[in-house]
Write a protein that binds this ligand. Structure first.
Ligand code: GAP
Length: 435
């Protein structure tokens, strides 16, 4: 894991949040390569979920909401983790994470040179919602919550979407956005952060069809990670034990990945039943029932939710693609999400005719593909640095190019090279990247 964290910093994927001020626990900043990778993942997800499906629409709801929405959704009361405190050092831990507790006990404490036995406080429930103050009059400000999950912004717009589009059940609403949680123990790099991003679908069905749709979305989401090339032996489903399910869930399953620290959650698929719409009906006084115009049946739909962490998915992609082979180190990222699709180099940096030719190709390619330019050092070093950001193709303009109109294209994963005519480069890349 340390190698991946170091690579992320070195190559501009992920930096510690507010680093020059000593950081802020549980926050991370995405650099030039990381922000591209994140955008590519979100764009691909949106394309597959919203653009390519006829039964999905998207929304982009406000992060700040009327606090009643969080009472209705049960988060004010039940969005909690059990917290315990070490009586010796006063560090706080989650009581439901025995591995963390054991590690702390194993490390032990010394007081006046003597090892003392660690004792814990009784577990108490700790609410994860992050509060903020809104309003301009001192003393008269409203306490609001930064959203603990992005779901509520969709649920409160269920009726708006019904009234403003032609959707009919079964249909879903997709959203991507930031969520905030006062996590007791942020850690494992970006895995558990206090600010993170989610990509969610809420899919509304007739109650009787909900179990079939649950199975359908389960497989659909597993296929998404497989289609990005994630090693299938490192992915699995893990059903939630009934007593561990979130307060809203009738059924819940995680997709897990085998991270360097072991199997852990990537995303969840939940049957939220009619929990959200029923509670928002109660708390808002608005009728959120659905009326089937063909049968005249009126009912509160069930919601099958898929909820993926963007950051956690990025972490899986980084861990899974990290490849050390012989003397090479490269990120075997799927070309469709790689930050840069292609890099262009002049063979020698002191030959204006090579630089002019290479610049022309670079300017042309970057209209369609995120393209990197590098004329520093030798070719070997340029390949090495592109390998570490996961650029799938590197193009070199050499003296032969000036005569035959062809360039050398080098493949990141195999390190093999082939000559391609400049005229065919775009087709070649399109095929390889999206083909
Ligand atoms: N709307 C349902 C929901 O939020 P969740 O299981 O609490 O369900 C869904 O969160 C996903 O959001 C998780 O599977 C994970 O990918 C991501 N996530 C949750 N908490 C996170 C955190 N503290 N840091 C990073 N990602 C987190």
């Amino acid at each position: 894991m340390d190698k991946i964290v170091a690579l992320c910093k070195r190559r501009g994927f992920i930096y510690p949040g507010s680093e020059i001020y000593g950081g802020l626990a549980g926050t991370w900043d995405y650099g030039p390569a990381g922000s591209l990778l994140k955008k590519n993942l979100k764009d691909l997800w949106w394309k597959q979920i919203v653009q390519m499906r006829d039964d999905m629409v998207g929304v982009d709801a406000a992060i700040m909401m009327n606090p009643r929405a969080w009472e209705a959704s049960g988060h004010v009361e039940a969005f909690t983790d059990p917290l315990i405190e070490c009586k010796v050092c006063h560090k706080r831990f989650r009581a439901d994470k025995p591995e963390d507790i054991k590690e702390h006990e194993t490390l032990g404490h010394k007081v006046e040179g003597k090892t003392v036995k660690i004792e814990w406080t009784e577990p108490k429930t700790f609410n994860l919602l992050v509060e903020a103050k809104l309003g301009v009059v001192e003393g008269d400000q409203q306490t609001i919550y930064l959203r603990g999950e992005i779901t509520n912004g969709v649920q409160v717009n269920f009726k708006n979407v019904l009234d403003s589009t032609r959707v009919k059940i079964p249909f879903g609403i997709a959203q991507i956005g930031k969520a905030f949680r006062n996590e007791i123990t942020p850690g494992n790099f970006t895995f558990r952060s206090r600010e993170f991003e989610q990509m969610e679908t809420q899919f509304y069905t007739h109650p009787e069809a909900s179990e079939d749709w649950y199975e359908n979305w389960k497989q659909n989401r597993m296929d998404f990670y497989l289609s990005l090339g994630v090693n299938k032996d490192k992915l699995r489903f893990k059903d939630h034990d009934p007593e561990k399910r979130a307060h809203y869930a009738k059924a819940a399953v995680d997709i897990e990945y085998e991270y360097p620290w072991g199997w852990d959650e990537v995303m969840g698929i939940h049957n939220r039943g009619d929990w959200d719409l029923r509670r928002h009906t109660e708390y808002s006084g608005q009728d959120l029932k659905y009326r089937d115009l063909e049968t005249n049946e009126e009912y509160i739909p069930y919601d099958i939710e898929t909820s993926a962490g963007v950051d956690r998915s990025i972490l899986v992609l980084l861990v899974d693609s990290y490849t050390e082979a012989d003397v090479r180190l490269f990120l075997k990222l799927h070309p469709s999400i790689a930050p840069y699709k292609v890099a262009v180099f002049p063979l020698l940096a002191n030959k204006p005719e090579l630089i002019d030719k290479a610049k022309g190709i670079y300017e042309d390619l970057k209209k369609e593909f995120m393209t990197a330019w590098d004329a520093r050092g030798n070719i070997g070093k340029r390949y090495a640095s592109q390998d570490e950001v996961g650029t799938p193709f590197c193009i070199t303009v050499d003296f032969d190019t000036l005569n035959d109109g062809a360039v050398t294209v080098r493949d990141r994963d195999s390190a093999t090279q082939e000559r391609i005519q400049i005229d065919s480069l775009k087709d070649y890349l399109r095929n390889k990247i999206y083909g």
